[in-house]
Write a protein that binds this ligand. Structure first.
Ligand SMILES: O=C(O)CCC(=O)C(=O)O
Length: 254
């Protein structure tokens, strides 16, 4: 982590406070407009190349909740799909925020694309772990990289602030976790921004009411002693291995 320039000073006290108190944090702009454009183009290219196979790596994983969603396009294993994706698991401020939640012993779990299709994308409120955990015993932490502006019309992610402290799952208290929660808020932001959310904070996609897809990349991390959604050792390609160096390989746990 030190080699990647990660240190505790990269987050301000109020950013740390947001993660502690609310369980999520918008880090602000991380990708430039040019990067966003380049990544959108590469995603478009991959969707065409992969066709019906897009996201298939997730189907093989026993550790994923939403492997296939009719209302969302998915791509998986972006680690091995181009150098433009290296930043998603090596960016120092993102790693500083993830390690603030999980501790320094972390690794990438998976790097995937999700786009809520027009008229679709709503999900149950959920956490990204199979059971509730005690507060401060967090296993998983996500970052959502906005490739489009997120707003109330286009399927922005909803979160229920503070629920990472509750030791409960949405199903424990809600009759129907698809319903709106009285305390939920929408994560709104601009393309290029990155939102960190403690994956034990209740969250979910909302319906995209516009005519364009709502695109994002999820760079998802777990504690080093937990299973990865994508077994990075199994999927690593020689060119990725050669390119990312020992620090990148460490984050992938390779
Ligand atoms: O893309 C989003 O808005 C949230 C997706 C999500 O929480 C999930 O797929 O588990």
């Amino acid at each position: 982590m030190r080699e990647l320039g990660v240190n505790d000073e990269l987050l301000s006290p109020s950013e740390k406070d947001s993660l502690d108190r609310y369980g999520y944090l918008n880090l602000g702009p991380i990708l430039t407009t040019e990067q966003v454009e380049q990544i959108r183009l590469r995603i478009q290219e991959l969707m065409t190349i992969e066709g019906d196979e897009a996201g298939s790596e997730l189907m093989e994983s026993p550790h994923i909740k939403h492997p296939k969603e009719a209302g969302a396009d998915r791509l998986a294993d972006l680690v091995n799909k181009g150098p433009e994706f290296d930043v998603f698991y090596t960016h120092p401020r993102v790693l500083a925020a993830i390690s603030y939640v999980l501790g320094n012993d972390l690794k990438l779990s998976s790097l995937n694309y999700r786009a809520a299709k027009p008229g679709h994308g709503e999900q149950n409120l959920h956490v990204d772990w199979k059971e509730a955990v005690d507060k401060y015993d967090y296993r998983v932490c996500n970052s959502i990289w906005l490739l489009d502006d997120f707003h109330e019309e286009n399927g922005a992610t909803r979160v229920v602030p503070g629920t990472h402290l509750s030791g409960l799952l949405p199903d424990d208290v809600m009759e129907n976790p698809t319903d709106r929660h009285p305390d939920e808020v929408l994560i709104e932001g601009k393309a290029g921004e990155v939102v960190i959310f403690n994956s034990h904070t209740w969250h979910g996609g909302t319906k995209n009411l516009t005519s364009s897809p709502r695109r994002a990349i999820h760079s998802y991390f777990c504690r080093r002693d937990m299973p990865q959604q994508i077994d990075q050792k199994r999927y690593i390609q020689p060119e990725t291995r050669a390119r990312i160096g020992p620090a990148g390989l460490h984050i992938l746990d390779i």
